[in-house]
Design a protein around this ligand. Structure first.
Ligand code: G1P
Length: 302
């Protein structure tokens, strides 16, 4: 039986230690840190759900309970909110539990992103899988980033990764790809990937095209990941597994996605994401702008 070429399952690696956000992440998973008042992982799952994905496989390390509880019903809370006449908020809480079917798998050792994704193999089964990294938020209300990649897979049968040009000198922070741009047809630019390297040493990157945390992996990825040896940082890297796929007859596409990307895994990027998402809320926009003006003035900025 051939697997349907429809992306229905998504993998969200959430087993990291969150060291960049300690002490906030000592007892709380970094995926639960809020953007304004919504946990980052909820924004990511919302993107997947808007792209038609029905099953979310969260790869957990420690702290699994907080994420599972968040996407479960909180009957007592809902009941209390209703009793207090706040039925609208109670409905919003109930809706979170109905967003998608959530499955948990455990990554028992922190062996790297490629290994974390491989832990979801059984749960994904024989079909394609979207992978969304919670550190990367890609804001597009109209056309979710992962839907843009899923269309490339559904059209071509080949895997796809989101790519973005990064400033010179920043290449060592990313997986970098190089290849030939091909005409895309439906708007988004597309590249046939020829080269990939995870976190290249300064001055050695083959281009400035970086992978940003959105992937659609065809079923053939598993064999490549199983054979992937530890790479950059001594970890089993998703980029290295994907490079084997890119070199195979199946190939791999890099896709220039429409959307505003925020690096919520970095302190400044996290603050920027909070401001950007607050400015999108009509009820907050003017007050946030006023606050920014006040703070700039108080700091003596021109
Ligand atoms: C991961 C990936 C890397 C990618 C980056 C940004 O690295 O390994 O290829 O470019 O995410 O999405 P990390 O930021 O987790 O070190």
């Amino acid at each position: 039986m051939t697997a349907p070429r429809k992306v229905r399952k998504a993998v969200i690696p959430a087993a990291g230690l969150g060291t960049r956000f300690l002490p906030a992440t000592k007892a709380v998973p970094k995926e639960m840190l809020p953007i304004v008042d919504v946990p980052t992982i909820q924004l990511v799952i919302d993107e997947a759900v808007r792209a038609g994905i029905t099953d979310i496989i969260v790869v957990n390390g420690r702290h699994k309970a907080a994420i599972e509880d968040h996407f479960d019903h909180a009957y007592e809370l809902e009941h209390t909110l209703r009793e207090r006449g706040n039925g609208k908020l109670a409905d919003e809480m109930a809706a979170i539990a109905k967003m998608a079917r959530l499955h948990s798998v455990r990554q028992k050792q922190p062996l790297g992103l490629g290994h974390a994704v491989l832990c979801a193999r059984e749960a994904v089964g024989g079909e394609a899988a979207a992978v969304l990294l919670g550190d990367d938020l890609v804001d597009n209300d109209r056309d979710p980033a992962i839907a843009q990649l899923a269309r490339v897979y559904e059209e071509t049968g080949a895997g796809a990764v989101m790519v973005m040009e990064v400033p010179a000198g920043k290449e060592h922070m990313y997986g970098i790809v190089a290849g030939d741009m091909v005409p895309a047809g439906n708007g988004a630019g597309r590249m046939r990937i020829r080269e990939m390297v995870e976190k290249p040493k300064p001055g050695t990157a083959p281009s400035r095209w970086a992978i940003v945390g959105r992937y659609v992996l065809p079923p053939s990825i598993w064999g490549h990941l199983e054979n992937t040896k530890p790479g950059a940082g001594g970890e089993i890297q998703l980029t290295d597994g994907l490079y084997e796929l890119a070199k195979s007859s199946e190939g791999l596409y890099g896709v220039v996605v429409e959307g505003v990307r925020h690096d919520a895994g970095d302190k400044l990027g996290y603050l920027r994401a909070n401001l950007a998402y607050a400015l999108k809320r009509p009820a907050l926009r003017d007050a946030v702008l006023e606050l920014c003006r006040e703070m700039l003035e108080a700091a003596g900025a021109k």
